[in-house]
Structure formats: C-alpha cells, structure tokens
Design a protein around this ligand. Structure first.
Ligand code: GRF
Length: 223
C-alpha cells in the first residue's frame, strides 16, 4: 500500500432495488473508482439493494423508519449508524426519505443524490409522468450535492435523454436509468479524485466553477 492515496470512504443509503448502487459497485470492482464502499444502509428491511451489497461483500445495516417516533429521532439514529463507518462521502441512491436540515448540514459538501429529472425541473416524485404530461422533448437525470431544499442542492452533472414518440413513463424511465448509471459513478469519481469541491465560494470541478452542471447525453463519451 506504500505511496497510494487513501481511498475515499463511501456510505450509500438506499430504499429499493439499488441499481445505481450496483453501477457504483461495478465501477469500483472494475478499478475505475478510487473508493471503498464501507456500508450500504437502508430504511427498509426488504430493499433489494441490500442483497446486491451483500453479494459484493459490503457491510449492510437497516435503520427502519417505522421504529422511530419522528423524523428527528430517525435522522439522529441514521446519522449515528452512518458515522460509525467514518465516510468521506454519503450517497443517496434511491433513498426515499425527506431529510432534516440538521442531518443535511452534518454532511454538507459530502452528500450527493441522483434525481430522475433535469433539475430544477420536476423536483419530487413521478418525474417521468410529469415530463410526458408537459410534452417535454427531452428529459434526464441530475446528480447534485444535497442541500436542505428537496432536490435543490448544487447540480454537478446532468444526462439528457430525448423523449420518443409513444414513450410511456416506464419506457422513458428505463432510458433515463441507463444514463443515471453512467453519471452517478462519474460524479463519485470526480469527488474521489479530489477534483470536485463544494465550498462557501461555490461548486468547483478542478479550477472551473460549475454554475451549471456538466452536460452529457446518450451519445457523448464520459470524460
Ligand atoms: C432512481 O431513479 C433515482 O434517480 C431515484 O430513485 C431511483 C432509484 O433506483 N432517486 P435504484 O434503486 O438505484 O435502482
């Protein structure tokens, strides 16, 4: 291990199937991400992503929200569980919980989320239905740092997907998800390489301030 920079310690939070988690696991196992996935934590005992983590030999924990009196008590327990793993970076990967400002503050500049829309459009749920109903010609996904405002933190990277004639929410969601699996590992890579920083001065990739997110589409090679 001599001469090697320590790997970025990552904890991922999930609520469901964990396909974004899997994309990050796959990239890590392929040697493309200089991270150590220390733990995967779910608020739901039945989340499919827990089995993916176990298969990859990653520690898992469940902090079941139904067992806590209120949001503050839940977030305090979740924070304690996360912090046992001393992460440099916390990833929300389909974690379907609204977070308290105290929790968000604790991980300021070191917690990311992926959201299935071209933020700031379509915060919240049912993004694919809403984009189709609005007659959008393009849709997509965004990786952003988490702020206290739901789906509102500084955006890092976006992938754009063209809406096709005859698209249903499920068809569109499937194409967006493919792009999610490209851009989330890329944002993690930049962070782990020390290239991405959120400071009081702003969001920076290398020396460039990101006033708008880096843009990808279905054909642009990631670099
Ligand atoms: C993804 O669409 C993500 O953008 C959203 O929740 C979904 C999670 O899917 N936040 P998965 O659990 O990663 O498969």
């Amino acid at each position: 291990m001599s001469g090697q920079a320590p790997k970025t310690r990552v904890v991922a939070l999930i609520s469901g199937r964990g396909s974004n988690l899997q994309a990050i696991v796959d990239q890590t196992q392929a040697g493309a991400l200089p991270i150590e996935l220390c733990a995967v934590i779910s608020n739901r005992p039945d989340a499919g992503g827990l089995a993916r983590a176990e298969a990859a030999g990653i520690a898992t924990a469940v902090v079941d929200h139904t067992q806590y009196a209120d949001r503050a008590a839940y977030d305090a327990a979740l924070q304690a569980t996360i912090d046992r793993f001393q992460p440099d970076l916390v990833l929300l990967a389909g974690f379907m919980r609204i977070l308290t400002p105290e929790f968000v503050d604790h991980y300021a500049g070191r917690m990311m989320n992926i959201h299935p829309s071209l933020l700031p459009k379509y915060r919240g749920l049912h993004t694919h239905e809403r984009a189709l109903e609005a007659g959008e010609r393009e849709h997509g996904a965004t990786v952003h740092f988490v702020s206290a405002e739901l789906d509102g933190g500084p955006a890092i990277i976006q992938a754009r997907v063209l809406v096709e004639a005859g698209d249903t929410p499920d068809r569109l969601a499937a194409r967006v998800l493919q792009q999610e699996h490209r851009i989330y590992p890329k944002a993690v890579e930049w962070f782990a390489q020390g290239r991405l920083r959120l400071t009081a001065e702003g969001l920076f990739l290398d020396t460039q301030e990101l006033t708008t997110p880096v843009q990808y589409n279905e054909t642009r090679e990631l670099s």
